[in-house]
Design a protein around this ligand. Structure first.
Ligand SMILES: *[C@@H]1O[C@H](CO)[C@@H](O)[C@H](O)[C@H]1NC(C)=O
Ligand SMILES: *[C@@H]1O[C@H](CO)[C@@H](O)[C@H](O)[C@H]1NC(C)=O
Ligand SMILES: *[C@@H]1O[C@H](CO)[C@@H](O)[C@H](O)[C@H]1NC(C)=O
Ligand SMILES: *[C@@H]1O[C@H](CO)[C@@H](O)[C@H](O)[C@H]1NC(C)=O
Ligand SMILES: *[C@@H]1O[C@H](CO)[C@@H](O)[C@H](O)[C@H]1NC(C)=O
Ligand SMILES: *[C@@H]1O[C@H](CO)[C@@H](O)[C@H](O)[C@H]1NC(C)=O
Ligand SMILES: *[C@@H]1O[C@H](CO)[C@@H](O)[C@H](O)[C@H]1NC(C)=O
Ligand SMILES: *[C@@H]1O[C@H](CO)[C@@H](O)[C@H](O)[C@H]1NC(C)=O
Ligand SMILES: *[C@@H]1O[C@H](CO)[C@@H](O)[C@H](O)[C@H]1NC(C)=O
Ligand SMILES: *[C@@H]1O[C@H](CO)[C@@H](O)[C@H](O)[C@H]1NC(C)=O
Ligand SMILES: *[C@@H]1O[C@H](CO)[C@@H](O)[C@H](O)[C@H]1NC(C)=O
Ligand SMILES: *[C@@H]1O[C@H](CO)[C@@H](O)[C@H](O)[C@H]1NC(C)=O
Length: 690
């Protein structure tokens, strides 16, 4: 399997960047990263290749997308390929700058006497689910003459059927380009689509779109044609032939039919409004949802506002200016929060990658009444870049600080609803919480219960539920599913399950040692979370009971888990004093404002772990490993394979395939937002190790 996705955060090369604001270059650069199936990247760590390299789906296969600019009659490629088309020659443009923000990737390239700015915008609008669920992204182009003189400029971009399936021998079909009052658009799909299926990680039940608004006075041409001749036509004529079209269905790879939109600007030294292409991949319905044996097709959320996809697309095309303004404000807010913690910008750069990745893993569905749950909005998360698991609870938990940060945690409720309604159907079947809702995204089959993850996932669910209620002041889920939560809490307290984890697997490094201290503390915090859940719904007796259990367990934990002198947290209760774990689960105390682990201990741990991070001589240049042991992900010994400085693409690809890397990046997600999410009552202590 080629797995690129969640590893993209890896800091492949530091310092050798071209842009002053960027503290590291990611291993791949997001282009159209919006949903699990609209997910296209520039998979290169070498900036200089970009103008002649193809964008790819996260799985690594090319999603044909090309951009040419002609300046004074000479053609330059800005991404895609600079390979000659027929007898015509194409020169790769020169990449001057790359900047990533949470919503945008910005390249500045030089082509002849023009500076060209490409802005790939994948909007993020946590408080507006209509916009958030629209499966479209933008590519906006701006120009500035480098000698102040006007130059003759033509632009060209196309996409191919490679956006439709991982199997390029599939037959595709398309309509002639459609012109409405305000825009033109191409649409293409497979002749035979298979609902809720994938091929090569790509969905095979969607329609791809390529569109542009018809701005007054702009000379725009469009055409469907075999990729080679289409591109040649632009190179020789500065546009494409709108009067011709190519309407014969054929395989994606049978001369690669291309869907082109070209703009002839004439002689210009700049443009007064962005030139904007819109690319989309639409699936409706987007989720197949089975609850108690009844299956329902759920539709994307934006269908609550738009009755046709054409009206949705018209809205998207017209919404660019507004989307860009909102995106800049969104980015500025994150940048300002991040710079409070990380003035040099490293945290902001990590958040710039993590935020888009997390949002692109979501499918948001329109409110639908099923069974007991009246008209609920449901959001499903794909285990993107790894498997087809539906809403993996440990990943939802890892992203929780981010979800809490936005819009008072409002997105957490629709993410929790499917998990809760599914497990509430038969509480006795689920003594502990399931790890996900099945393994065939976007078909949701039902909860997977794995007893070896009982403490981890049950802890996750209780902590997420309380955090959501706290941040949103919405206790409805706590009331509706109280019996389920209580049953889970009893699983943690029974037989001291949480205090002495046995036969449990670590989600983070796959280890199975009994008495894992880091797991135990999560379980104990989850019991305290139950105490507070009980309090919030007026179950005072339960609250007192769980609270006193948590206090008593944490006392034992403190006496067993801390190395002599309390300077570190041992891996297991029986561990050697020299062995330690990165006790990131202590973050829960900070997040939820608990008063369980003694503050003096937090302070000591902060000093010890802080010293290690602060002194590169111990080899922890990139942060601490999960555990002190040699084989732990992230330790210096493992780092040669984890954080290479590879020189070839194949070396990069092979290092990226390592499963452990996903876990590392999951920690990056977690820690990245941990530091910025603490807005509420618990903002006071950011020093806790996490
Ligand atoms: C391309 O060049 C070859 C060799 O010079 C020539 O025979 C052919 O006619 C040219 N094709 C076009 C389309 O100009
Ligand atoms: C072109 O881009 C480079 C790199 O960002 C910048 O230094 C230069 O000022 C730009 N020139 C113009 C005319 O915008
Ligand atoms: C528009 O662009 C096309 C392609 O370059 C060109 O053939 C045509 O003359 C242009 N039309 C106008 C009105 O400039
Ligand atoms: C495209 O070509 C087909 C076949 O030649 C023709 O029937 C159709 O009208 C054309 N459509 C447009 C929009 O030109
Ligand atoms: C652009 O400028 C060139 C050089 O001045 C001139 O030859 C050409 O006619 C101009 N083109 C247009 C479309 O105005
Ligand atoms: C977007 O803003 C530009 C100015 O920045 C303006 O010229 C253009 O008309 C606007 N486009 C839309 C669709 O409002
Ligand atoms: C719903 O669609 C209309 C255009 O049809 C648009 O004006 C309105 O802003 C949209 N609402 C939302 C919440 O996006
Ligand atoms: C499933 O369908 C059956 C038959 O229509 C219905 O009685 C039952 O309530 C449904 N269950 C749920 C959870 O909707
Ligand atoms: C979050 O909640 C506060 C307090 O109710 C409110 O003032 C604020 O507008 C909310 N923020 C968002 C983004 O909804
Ligand atoms: C929740 O309630 C608290 C206390 O009343 C208040 O300070 C806070 O702003 C509220 N938050 C939201 C999201 O409404
Ligand atoms: C876990 O630790 C406790 C207390 O030290 C010990 O009694 C128990 O045997 C340990 N469990 C396992 C499975 O090692
Ligand atoms: C925390 O630990 C310190 C030092 O051991 C002790 O003095 C203090 O009483 C403890 N605080 C609580 C709340 O247990």
């Amino acid at each position: 399997m080629t797995l690129l996705f969640f590893v993209l955060l890896l800091l492949v090369r530091f310092a050798s960047r071209v842009h002053g604001a960027q503290t590291f270059s990611p291993a791949a650069i997001p282009y159209a990263v919006r949903t699990p199936y609209l997910n296209t990247w520039m998979n290169t760590p070498v900036n200089s290749n970009i103008p002649s390299d193809w964008p790819t789906f996260w799985g690594g296969q090319i999603t044909g997308w090309i951009f040419y600019i002609q300046v004074d009659g000479k053609t330059y490629s800005l991404f895609g390929t600079s390979a000659a088309q027929g007898n015509d020659s194409v020169t790769a443009g020169a990449l001057l700058e790359t900047e990533l923000t949470p919503t945008r990737t910005i390249h500045v390239l030089e082509a002849g006497h023009m500076n060209v700015t490409l802005t790939f915008l994948s909007p993020i609008t946590p408080s507006d689910l209509v916009r958030q669920s629209l499966p479209f992204t933008y590519l906006a182009v701006d120009l500035a003459s480098t000698d102040g003189q006007p130059h003759s400029v033509q632009l060209y971009s196309d996409i191919t059927g490679e956006w439709l399936s991982g199997d390029r021998s599939q037959e595709m079909t398309w309509s002639p380009p459609t012109q409405t009052g305000d825009m033109i658009y191409h649409q293409l799909k497979l002749v035979t689509s298979s609902a809720f299926q994938e091929n090569g990680h790509q969905a095979v039940d969607g329609t791809a779109y390529y569109a542009m608004g018809l701005e007054q006075g702009r000379n725009i041409t469009w055409q469907t044609c075999p990729a080679g001749p289409c591109r040649e036509e632009f190179i020789s004529g500065g546009g494409v032939n709108a009067n011709e079209n190519d309407s014969t269905n054929r395989a994606i790879n049978n001369d690669y039919p291309a869907f082109a939109i070209s703009v002839n600007l004439g002689n210009v030294s700049s443009v007064n409004s962005h030139i904007v292409w819109v690319v989309g991949y639409v699936r409706d319905p987007n989720i197949d949802y089975t609850l108690s044996g009844n299956t329902t097709s759920l539709r994307p959320y934006y269908t609550t506002n738009f009755s046709t996809i054409e009206s949705a697309l018209e809205f998207v095309v017209a919404d660019f200016n507004n989307s860009l303004t909102q995106a800049m404000a969104f980015d500025a807010d994150i940048q300002s929060a991040a710079s409070e913690i990380s003035p040099q910008g490293e945290l902001y750069d990590m958040l710039s990658l993590a935020t888009r990745q997390v949002f692109s893993s979501l499918e948001i569905t329109a409110p639908y009444q099923i069974g007991q749950t009246g008209g609920a909005t449901r959001i499903f998360m794909k285990d993107l870049g790894i498997t087809r698991r539906v809403t993996p609870v440990e990943t939802l938990y890892a992203a929780l600080p981010m979800f809490l940060y936005f819009n008072n945690g409002s997105l957490v409720k629709p993410l929790l609803v499917p998990l809760l309604e599914q497990q509430n159907v038969s509480i006795s079947r689920y003594p502990s919480a399931a790890k996900d809702l099945g393994e065939t995204f976007p078909a949701v089959t039902g909860p997977n219960l794995v007893s070896q993850e009982g403490i981890e996932q049950t802890g996750n669910m209780l902590i997420i539920a309380l955090a959501h209620a706290r941040y949103s002041n919405d206790t409805s889920l706590l009331l509706d599913y109280y019996a389920l939560f209580k049953n889970w809490a009893l699983y943690l307290t029974d037989n001291n399950n949480a205090l002495y984890p046995n036969d449990q697997t670590s989600i983070d490094d796959g280890s199975t040692s009994p008495n894992s201290t880091n797991l135990a503390v999560k379980g104990i915090f989850a019991i305290q979370a139950m105490a507070e859940i009980s309090q919030l719904v007026g179950q005072t007796n339960d609250s007192q009971r769980f609270s006193s259990i948590a206090s008593s367990l944490i006392g034992t934990w403190q006496s067993l888990a801390l190395s002599p002198g309390d300077g570190t947290v041992l891996v297991t209760y029986a561990g050697q004093p020299a062995s330690w774990v990165l006790p990131y689960n202590l973050y829960v105390q900070t997040l939820l404002g608990f008063n369980l682990v003694n503050q003096t201990i937090f302070d000591k741990l902060t000093v010890t772990y802080g010293q290690w991070i602060g002194s590169p001589s111990n080899g922890y240049t990139y942060g601490l490993p999960i555990e002190s042991s040699e084989s732990s992900p992230g330790n210096p010994g493992m780092r040669s394979s984890l954080l290479p400085r590879p020189t070839t693409q194949s070396a990069i690809n092979s290092s990226l395939r390592s499963g452990t890397m996903h876990r590392i990046t999951r920690e990056v997600h977690r820690s990245a937002y941990c530091t910025t999410s603490i807005k509420g009552p618990s903002r006071t202590d950011r020093r806790a190790p996490h």
